[in-house]
Write a protein that binds this ligand. Sequence first.
Ligand code: UT7
Length: 317
Amino acid sequence: MKIIGIGSAMPSLAVTNEMLSVFLDTNDEWISSRTGIKQRRIISKDSLKELAAQASLQAIEDAGLTPKDIDFILCSNTVNNFVVPAFSCIIQGEIEAACPCMDLNVACSGFMYALFIADSLIETGKAKNILVLCAEEASRIVNWNERDTCVLFGDGTAAVVLTEGDSFKSHHLSAHSKVEPLYYQRKLEYNPFMKNADGDAPLVMKGKDVFKLAVSSSMSDIKTVLTKANLQIDDIDFFLLHQANMRIIEAIRDNLKQPVEKFPHNIEKYGNTSSASIPILLDELYREGKLEKGNKVVFSAFGAGFTSGAAILEWTK
Ligand code: UT7
């Protein structure tokens, strides 16, 4: 499998740390020093649907294809206001594609899982051109009165088009059921036969636990994909890590003993955009001309579940 097209679309509203301190007991110094985030984009006048369609069309055009050439759409999405139909079906209609599509929800690891499924479909000849879309609107699941969670997240969308090739060198996925450290529970309709009604809980997070799980899972995944690809750590040109917290990125970098330049980041501009964070960063590097043919790139993400995944690819675009 190889990447032949990339696109991203971000909400127009940039919400700075100062803007949050108007209604929350927080400040730029705390948020910047604990997370590296200076601002995040939040959906206001735009909609997730419009942004997701825009990112998808950009990726398809970048691939030199039309929506009719796409024969499978995989959409990583944690939340949107439709439970049914799948968000991928809504986007399929928006971009006028005509192929099977499905959503997957693996929280922030969704891009890694979608790549894995895409690779399997391409390898078995079941699909030729696959659109992987990550469309995330975390601003709708955080509690905007809770300073320890809402300051971390942002909204955003990004997409890649994949086709047959030998760019991806190895993948690794993992999942260990651990709900407590990070969850969002929504209230469902009343069922007269149930003894206990469901509660609801806007995003609940044990930050320190997530921090430790993130560093250990990413370290372990990166070592596994290096071994699977028969590569050494120094062979890698770029590590594109899930943009959750600058201190998590620094901890992984220090553990791997690799130079700062190998860890591009944009968390300062966008916050944690869940599964969209790696493809948004990839799109940015690509458009800025920072990726060269032959570069070896590691992707590594982690999220609620607890799930994680990593992959190594050789940049061929
Ligand atoms: O995709 C995965 C998503 N999640 C993550 O990646 C989160 C991983 N964890 C983290 O990034 C960090 O644990 C946090 C940034 C969430 C928190 O950093 P921390 O160094 O673990 O801080 P803390 O939770 O220990 O809080 C320290 C203090 C507390 O006050 P007290 O109890 O010491 O008086 C908090 O109430 O900071 C306070 N605090 C804040 N103060 C100002 C928490 N949030 C804020 C805030 N502004 N926004």
